[in-house]
Write a protein that binds this ligand. Structure first.
Ligand code: XMP
Length: 308
């Protein structure tokens, strides 16, 4: 039986022993794993942990304010708005894997700059068991990571042996808000994998708004806990629409709502039709650039959950 209070006590002692009076850094994403790891490490070493939250300009609506509100009283939070830098690097890029590589690289650059500036020796990560079981097949703790410019950080992974449900129990025990505990997974590269083709400020704005509408309606309908993920994709397909008595040419948005246990496979369930219609109506009326909304009905496999 998993005992959260015992786990927290041991984890805090372990981190304290490991880091001593050194400094540590963590990349806080706002997801449950990095949030719990940050709070545990901060309990252990206080302000000698710097939690870095990088805004790459591809976050969900309200995410920046939400993370600031939730964590500024709990953590030594360092907020970095790198959105222009990311967008500049992504200009003209259409290939999804290339987008991922660029975002990963710029993220490490930004993170490394902060680590160097504060003189961090340790990197705390919210890695959980499924993250390494699949990729390594064996336990390999206490390793180091060398960042591109040669900075060596010693890795601390307090959640290494845990599964998601246990991390959620810890989050509750640590007093983190329900919104963090229950929220749907959001990919690291953010809206970049939900915008087909070149990423522009206009497309980010449209995609962000469409995603916010889907989230609001799904949560409002009480379906959020049943679905693994629910989101909107901004395609690069243009479709004709009619506004008033004028013909219009705008974007096609695709709704994707899936059930899954672990994202390895996923299934599109039967969804309440009034919900789909409401989302579609809201998207086309609240986002004038969108003329058409479609619903994806493909399972994984053969499709992936994200579109890009
Ligand atoms: P796919 O699309 O491969 O997604 O079926 C499986 C799960 O992984 C998420 N995903 C990502 N997460 N970086 C991430 O951190 C990525 O590049 C990425 N691509 C997909 C996706 O949201 C789903 O939960």
């Amino acid at each position: 039986m998993f005992e959260p209070s015992d786990f927290i006590k041991r984890a805090v002692e372990d981190i304290r022993e490991r880091v001593g009076d050194g400094k540590a850094i963590i990349a806080l994403s706002g997801g449950v794993d990095s949030s719990v790891a940050s709070v545990l490490a901060s309990k252990a070493i206080g302000d000698r942990l710097v939690a870095v939250f990088v805004d790459h300009g591809l976050l969900r609506e309200g995410e920046v304010d939400y993370v600031k509100e939730t964590f500024s009283s709990r953590l030594n939070l360092r907020f970095i708005d790198a959105s222009e830098r990311f967008l500049e690097e992504l200009r003209g890029v259409t290939d999804p894997e290339e987008k991922r590589r660029i975002i990963g690289r710029v993220f490490i650059e930004v993170f490394e700059e902060v680590a160097e500036e504060i003189g961090a020796e340790y990197l705390v990560q919210g890695t959980i068991a499924p993250d390494w079981i699949e990729s390594e097949g064996k336990i390999k703790s206490h390793h180091n990571v060398t960042l591109p410019h040669g900075l060596v950080l010693k890795i601390v992974e307090p959640l290494r042996e845990l599964y998601k449900d246990e991390v959620r129990i810890l989050a509750r025990e640590l007093g983190l808000p329900d919104k963090i505990i229950k929220r749907q997974p959001f990919p690291g590269p953010g809206l970049a994998v939900r915008i087909i083709g070149e990423i522009t400020p206009e497309k980010i704005r449209i995609c962000r708004k469409a995603n916010a509408i889907v989230e609001e309606e799904v949560i409002g309908a009480g379906l959020d806990e049943r679905l693994w993920q629910y989101f909107a994709v901004l395609t690069d397909t243009m479709a004709t629409g009619v506004k008033g008595d004028m013909r219009d040419f705008g974007y096609l948005v695709v709704l994707r709502m899936v059930e899954s246990i672990d994202a390895m496979t996923a299934r599109v369930p039967e969804l309440p039709w009034d919900l789909i219609r409401r989302i579609s109506k809201r998207i086309t009326s609240e986002i004038p650039e969108v003329t058409h909304v479609a619903l994806s009905v493909s399972d994984k496999p053969p499709s992936t959950i994200e579109f890009a």
